[in-house]
Design a protein around this ligand. Structure first.
Ligand code: UD1
Length: 416
């Protein structure tokens, strides 16, 4: 099995370019189902999750042609209406085809995601919302079957903030009859990015990126060209890499505004941070200071950055408390970090991290995407060699991570 071998202890230095955001690319690719005209995406990240959704779309009749680091995506005619279990079980975000399929053809069949390594993660809010828009939803043989003649706009207030739920309903409502109001919507930049594409396609959407989104349905959508926003989680991960190794790393092509909570937490942990228009530079502290972390929906600190901060704070000069409010069971990395010498106790959704002076290299196993990133970060700071196995988790969401890290001076290589 493929793993990453890291010889730690090198302070990272230099510049690194941020790739296009995975969590924007996935809904944007799904949105291409809403029209028969081509969508030109200027920058698609090369990620396993992007390949998974591409395979899913191709099964539905979508033609995807790679072009200049991006792709032209076109679905002249839907030839299917199903997201099979085989794909949904490897990537939950496959449920993003539900809204567009229903809106375009009045019909969708999507496997229920079921449990995953970081918790139960139901899609009840997606389904409730679609029912409010007039869809008939049946659960049969592990699949959601949805049907609708034409969806009709209405007011939907989410019980919980859900990112892909907001995106699914925004896409469905774009072709509904009348106006839909989404309340307690997710404010993540990826939601706003999807809205920008939909607006370029002819949708009428106001307020995306705020908690209240108004969508006036239109009868058809057309082609568009779009450039995906930079990946704020990849960006945050590289900033922590700079900080944890006591180095100095500059991000190129970032949006500092999307990183406000991460930058504030890095400063609290003792790193020096400097932001420009599309650049951010971090200089690592000699030793991190302890800092408490609470994950929250955007603009709060992302749950997708929690594991990386745990790796950093594990080396702090004192004790930090990390509270995970979005997903239960998202501390699988704690046990692996302990193998590197970290002192972390978890109870429920809280982790008490007692900083140690250093990590020692060890073989560790990745359990999910961001957990893998935290192990790589700890490995970069550790004395000796760390081998991170099950790298396929990392490849789901980081483009050429070891190549980018090696460009910053890390001693890291992929083994077969
Ligand atoms: C998205 C991101 C993921 C990130 C997460 C939280 C994508 C492709 N993935 O996932 O990287 O970690 O947001 O920022 O954008 N919930 C329900 N019922 C639902 C939907 C969600 O109870 O119908 C709960 C979830 O279990 C979780 C919380 O709501 O506790 C937030 O989940 P959600 O925002 O939906 O996560 P995703 O959209 O799946």
């Amino acid at each position: 099995m493929t793993s990453l071998e890291i010889e730690g202890g090198v302070p990272l230095r230099g510049e690194v370019a941020v790739s296009a955001a995975k969590n924007a690319a996935l809904p944007i690719l799904a949105a291409s189902l809403l029209t028969e005209e081509p969508i030109h995406i200027e920058n698609l990240p090369r990620l396993a999750d992007v390949r998974t959704i591409s395979r899913l779309l191709q099964g539905l009749g979508t033609e995807i042609t790679e072009a200049d680091g991006g792709a032209v995506v076109r679905t002249p005619r839907l030839t299917g209406h199903e997201a099979p279990y085989e794909l949904v079980s490897t990537m939950r975000a496959s449920v993003l085809v539900l809204g567009p399929l229903l809106a375009r053809s009045g019909r969708a069949r999507v496997a229920l995601p079921g449990g995953c390594a970081i918790g139960v993660r139901p899609i009840d809010l997606h389904l409730k919302g679609l029912e409010r828009l007039g869809a008939e939803i049946t659960l049969r043989n592990g699949y959601v079957e949805a049907r609708a003649r034409r969806l009709v706009g209405t007011r939907i207030s989410f019980d919980l903030v859900t990112v892909t739920g907001t995106e699914n309903l925004m896409m469905a409502a774009a072709l509904a009859e009348g106006t839909t109001l989404l309340e307690n919507a997710a404010r993540e930049p990826e939601v706003a990015d999807l809205a920008h594409l939909l607006i370029a396609m002819g949708a009428k959407i106001e307020g995306a990126g705020s908690e209240r989104v108004e969508i006036q349905g239109v009868s058809g959508l057309g082609g568009a060209r779009h450039r995906i926003i930079p990946d704020r989680i990849e960006a945050g991960t590289f900033l922590v890499a700079g900080a944890i190794t006591g180095g100095e790393v500059t991000l190129r092509g970032a949006i500092p505004d999307h990183l406000t909570a991460v930058l504030a937490k890095l400063e609290e942990a003792g790193a020096a941070v400097q932001s420009g228009e599309d650049r951010v530079r971090v200089r690592g502290p000699e030793r991190p200071r302890p800092a408490d972390v609470i994950t929250n929906p955007y603009p709060g600190l992302a749950t997708d950055m929690q594991a990386q901060f745990m790796a950093l704070l594990g080396l702090a000069d004192g004790t930090s408390v990390i509270t995970e409010t979005i997903f239960e069971n998202r501390f699988m990395h704690a046990a692996e970090l302990r193998r590197l010498g970290a002192s972390i106790e978890t109870e429920g959704n809280r982790a008490v991290v007692r900083g140690v002076r250093g990590y020692q290299g060890a073989p560790v196993m990745a359990t999910d995407l961001r957990a893998s990133a935290s192990l790589v970060l700890a490995g970069l700071a550790a004395r000796g060699v760390t081998t991170v196995s099950r790298v396929y988790h990392l490849d789901r969401g980081y483009e050429a991570m070891e190549v980018k890290l090696a460009g910053l001076g890390a001693r890291i290589r992929r083994t077969r």
